[in-house]
Design a protein. Structure first.
Length: 312
């Protein structure tokens, strides 16, 4: 059955049936607006848009995969502020002939990913469109802590990362060359594994700046460098390259450091901490902040790709 055959309200009914309310949802889907608890008194909000052919392909990923990715892209932004996600709002614009089952799988993926953080999908909207587009807004709560901004890094801070890096970019390269293995890399592209709890943990440990790696490690560290007016240097000897990544890189003729330094979509978190800080579990030092500007790799400019830019 297509969503045109089900109709707008049939589609909404089928999607809502796949959703579960989290602990902060006071009123979920079904009314003009949802009501979400905000214990801190401040609301952290972030929005991302995924467009078919630009951000995902249905021949590469299931509806559930796309749902997980769409939710993760937003939930990671909330965690990168040091906050805990509370809710998602989803806008779905789809061709009328889209299979209803695909939309249901999408809803399931969104709901399941949100549940990993204790959040839930609380509402949204649908519209007909020739291009399949998913717009997600995430909300979060700071728990009484100040937000961790991009602008707080100081010379002498260390740079640390939580979560895997380079795997999704490797999976994308594998898929774009027409292959489906190694499975671990392909699955990393289809469904990010985001260290959500590492964001609030970093805030509690005194992180001075933080960002999620969505567009590429060097690109996103560049945002911290510019906002903080500092230089950052990444040390490549700190990265552990898995055997599967090395094998795939050799087979495809790619330097695996290009995936690690310039690849996005893993949604790892990268932060700066005072040198004397005790880093939380799962955080690994990968570089240092210094008095300069820009981003360097092992003390030198990086000649390879630094990340994704939608308009370049």
């Amino acid at each position: 059955m297509s969503i045109a055959e089900a109709g707008e309200f049939g589609l909404i009914a089928r999607v809502v049936a796949r959703l579960e309310n989290g602990p902060t949802t006071l009123l979920g889907p079904g009314d003009d607006s949802a009501i979400v608890a905000a214990p801190d008194g401040r609301i952290v909000a972030s929005t991302d848009v995924l467009v078919e052919g630009r951000h995902f392909r249905r021949d590469w990923s299931s509806g559930a995969d796309v749902g997980h990715r769409a939710a993760a892209a937003n939930l990671a932004d909330i965690a990168a502020m040091g906050a805990v996600p509370t809710a998602l709002l989803v806008g779905l614009c789809a061709p009328a002939d889209l299979e209803l089952s695909w939309a249901e799988e999408l809803a399931g993926g969104l709901s399941d990913e949100a549940a990993l953080t204790g959040a839930s999908v609380v509402g949204g909207d649908t519209s007909a469109s020739p291009t399949l587009t998913i717009a997600v807004t995430a909300l979060g709560d700071l728990g009484g802590r100040p937000p961790v901004l991009r602008s707080g890094a100081q010379p002498g801070d260390v740079i640390a990362i939580a979560g895997r890096i380079g795997h999704a970019a490797a999976g994308y390269t594998v898929l774009s060359r027409g292959f489906r293995t190694p499975k671990a890399l392909v699955e990393a592209y289809r469904r990010p594994v985001v260290p959500y709890e590492a964001g609030p943990a970093a805030a509690r440990a005194g992180a001075t700046a933080m960002i999620d790696v969505s567009d590429g490690l060097l690109q996103d560290l560049g945002h911290i460098a510019r906002a903080s007016v500092v230089g950052v240097d990444v040390h490549t000897n700190t990265f552990e390259i898995s055997g599967q990544m090395r094998d795939a890189a050799a087979a495809l003729g790619v330097d695996p450091l290009q995936w690690i330094l310039g690849g996005g979509d893993d949604h790892a978190l990268v932060a700066t901490f005072p040198a004397e800080a005790v880093l939380p579990q799962d955080w690994t030092v990968i570089g240092k902040v210094h008095e300069s500007t820009g981003v360097t790799v092992d003390g030198r400019p990086w000649g390879g790709p630094v990340g994704w830019d939608h308009f370049r």
